[in-house]
Structures are given as C-alpha cells and as structure tokens.
Design a protein around this ligand. Structure first.
Ligand code: HEC
Ligand code: HEC
Length: 293
C-alpha cells in the first residue's frame, strides 16, 4: 500500500491507511478555511492593539486610537449642556413677567415644562393637569394658595403638608369623627355648603336645613373658609362657592370631607428639581390656564 493510490470508486487519492480492507480517502481541510482563520487572528491582534481590549485588574489596555465611549458621552453631554445653558441662564435671570411676555422663552417653557410635568407631576395631577379626586385641577385658575407665579414657585419649593421644614400646612378638620358636630348639624352644614355652589338636590331643597347649616357654618367654618366661604389664600382653604371641587361636590363626598376631614399632601420639590426647573414648571402650569380660557 502506498500513498497516491486511487480509490477505484470515487477516483480520489487515499491516505494509504487501511483497516480491515477499508481505505481512508485523502480529503484535507480546504485552504480557504486556513486563510480565513489567519485573517481573523490578524484582525483580532490589530483590534487589541488599536482599541480598548484587555482587562488588567483595575484598568485595561487603552488601545492606540484612544477610543473611549465614556469620554465621547461626556463630550456629548457637555455640548448639550452648553447649548441649553444659553437659555437656562436667561430663565434664571429674567423675572416671571418678562418671561411671560417673551414668546420665544414661553415656547421653551412649554416644551420643557411639558416634559417636566409629565415626569414629575402627571401621576397626581393628571397628564393635562386637570387633577382628579384629591388632587386639584391646576388649569381652572382657582388657587388654594394663590395664582401668582412667585406663589406657585414657592409652593413647588416647600410643598403642602410635606416633609420640608418650611412646608405650607393646612388641614380640614374631622368634624364628624371628632364629635364636634352631631349628625343633624353635619347634614345641615353639608346641605348649606352644597347650596353655595348651586347644588340643591335631595336635602338641599330644604330651606330650613340650609338656614340651620348656615348657622353651623358661621360657628365652625368661617375661621378657615372665610365669612363668604370663598376660602383664604393664607390658610390654603378652598373656595366652597364655586363648582370646582378637590374631593367631589356630590352629597357623599362632601359628607365624607366634613365627617373625616382632609389633608392633601403635595411633595416638596426643592431637593428633586432645580430652581430653574421649578421656575419653568410654575410658568408652565400658569400657561395651561391661559390656553384653557
Ligand atoms: C404625590 C402627589 C402629587 C405630586 C407628584 C404633585 N402634586 Fe401638586 N399637589 C398635590 C396635592 C394633593 C395638592 C393639594 C394639596 C391640598 O389639598 O392642600 C397639590 C397642590 C399643588 C399646587 C397648589 C395649587 C393651589 O391651588 O395653590 C400646585 C401649584 C401644584 N400642586 C403643582 C404641582 C407640580 C408642578 C407638580 C410636579 C412638580 C406637582 N404638583 C406634583 C399632589 C401632588
Ligand atoms: C382649620 C381650618 C378649617 C376649618 C375650621 C374648616 N375647614 Fe374645610 N377645609 C380646610 C382646608 C385646609 C381644606 C382643604 C383640604 C385639602 O385640600 O386637603 C378644606 C376643605 C373643605 C372642603 C372640601 C372642598 C373641596 O374642594 O373638595 C369642604 C367641603 C369643607 N372644607 C367644608 C368645611 C365645613 C363645612 C367646615 C365647618 C364645619 C369646615 N370646612 C371647616 C380647612 C378648614
């Protein structure tokens, strides 16, 4: 048996090995495979030399090209900040009225404010800022603490019944649960309050109940809600004569409010948003109201 012998069936050269009459054909790995293997290894070696590649404990081989994704991200962020700082600086320097009078600036407020509001406020106040049960509508132009941009800016800073040491505080007392009013007085004052906003269904039709409720109101409620029940901005009490309700104006809701009391919590944003962001938000919230009118 010698190398070079041809297999009579396939006509291929055999290796010359024979096992029990079976001969092995000579079929080497094609050259092209070795070629690609060599190219791949060459590529890998070049890549290791040029690009960041091998970890070395705390550091790594940096590569000759100096490519580094962290520095390129840093550069992009720096560019973006620089671009923005032009108008953030303007927002910081201009006062509220000046920004409101400047359509260019209000466009930025609208765009940035919309994003900020969606990220931070919409969960409670709704995506359109129209509120919901327990969360005031910010587009109605009716304010617990006042609707000046400076006031809203301050509300955002310290919050209401929040964890901030300077927080605004307010509380609607639990007149029923605490036993301040008996059930008749409670029903009467609820009827009276609902009649103020023009809701006179059910018991509201009864003028005697309204009169009795007015008396209860005078004795228990005017200190906070004011003689005219229109609320006091310095105490953050709502106007009870309009149709705008935080907790609902139906019989059940108003009864629950007066029976159990209420204490809405608006978080402080001093730590979580910059002064510029809070300024933008104050202006944004006010701009919603103007659009709605
Ligand atoms: C966790 C829920 C919650 C989040 C989040 C929240 N708020 Fe409030 N916010 C409230 C509640 C509740 C009140 C009303 C407090 C009360 O009843 O006294 C309020 C009140 C306000 C007021 C005062 C309204 C007035 O009549 O004086 C403004 C302004 C306001 N929120 C704006 C914002 C903005 C802007 C954001 C986003 C940065 C935001 N809120 C995020 C719950 C929230
Ligand atoms: C200590 C001050 C205080 C007194 C006294 C008080 N209130 Fe209030 N009341 C509030 C505050 C503050 C709120 C707003 C609570 C909130 O937003 O979380 C409120 C809210 C309400 C609301 C809910 C309004 C809405 O928009 O949903 C009703 C109704 C109400 N009060 C009725 C009364 C009646 C009736 C009395 C008298 C029996 C009374 N209040 C006495 C402070 C007071």
């Amino acid at each position: 048996m010698e190398i070079g012998e041809r297999d009579p069936v396939t006509g291929q050269v055999t290796t010359g090995h024979e096992w029990n009459g079976i001969k092995e054909l000579y079929t080497p790995v094609p050259r092209i495979v070795f070629f690609f293997l060599a190219v791949t290894i060459l590529f890998a070696v070049c890549y290791w030399v040029l690009m960041p590649a091998w970890p070395l404990g705390r550091t790594y081989t940096k590569g000759l090209l100096g490519v580094d994704q962290k520095t390129s991200v840093d550069r992009l962020v720096k560019d973006a900040t620089l671009e923005r700082s032009a108008w953030t600086q303007k927002i910081d320097q201009m006062d509220f009225a000046a920004i409101q009078a400047d359509p260019e600036m209000m466009k930025i407020v609208g765009e940035t404010g919309h994003t900020l509001f969606g990220d931070n406020c919409a969960a409670c106040h709704g995506t359109k800022a129209t509120g919901g049960p327990g969360f005031p509508n910010l587009t109605a132009g009716v304010w617990l603490w006042g609707g000046a941009p400076e006031t809203i800016f301050e509300t955002l800073r310290i919050g209401i019944n929040s964890t901030h040491p300077e927080t605004r505080t307010s509380q609607m007392l639990a007149f029923g649960r605490e036993g301040v009013l008996d059930s008749n007085q409670l029903a009467d004052v609820v009827t009276y309050v609902r009649s103020l906003g023009g809701t006179t269904d059910g018991r509201g039709a009864d003028p005697q109940s309204i009169a009795a409720g007015q008396e209860v109101f005078k004795q228990n409620c005017v200190a906070c809600h004011g003689d005219d029940a229109k609320g006091k901005l310095d105490l953050g009490t709502p106007d009870l004569t309009d149709s705008n309700w935080i907790y609902g104006g139906d019989l059940q809701s108003v009864t629950t409010t007066v029976f159990d009391g209420r204490q809405g919590i608006m978080p402080t944003w001093e730590q979580r948003l910059t002064a510029t962001q809070r300024k933008i938000l104050a202006l944004y919230v006010l701009s919603l109201r103007e659009e709605g009118q």
